[in-house]
Design a protein around this ligand. Structure first.
Ligand SMILES: [Zn+2]
Length: 105
């Protein structure tokens, strides 16, 4: 069967339990769920201070960015983690987003 326009097929082998409630994706009779990829990042405070200083000196963020030796504001840590989140948890529990970055399925 072809996927409806604007969608991509989601294979049975891609199915996981909800990363937050550990239930199946259809446990609450919802037809939609979320597939998320998550990666933790850390700000580069030295670069941010340097960029802010350039902005203060130049008086324009755009000019400061053009002349700055770096535009790196943060660094990605580790690999992306793929998770599924049921509709109910997406609405109720997204305050626990950081938990998704934890290991396991
Ligand atoms: Zn859930």
């Amino acid at each position: 069967m072809r996927s409806p326009e604007g969608t991509e097929p989601f294979d049975f082998n891609d199915v996981l339990k909800c990363a937050l409630c550990r239930e199946g994706m259809a446990h609450n009779n919802q037809l939609t769920f979320y597939e998320v990829e998550i990666r933790q990042c850390v700000l580069d405070l030295d670069n941010l201070k340097q960029m802010h200083g350039m902005e203060m000196m130049m008086g324009s963020p755009a000019i400061a960015r053009a002349l700055s030796p770096t535009t790196t504001v943060a660094h990605r840590i580790g690999p992306k983690t793929r998770k599924l989140v049921c509709q109910e948890c997406a609405i109720v529990n997204l305050t626990y987003l950081a938990l998704l970055a934890e290991g396991g399925e």
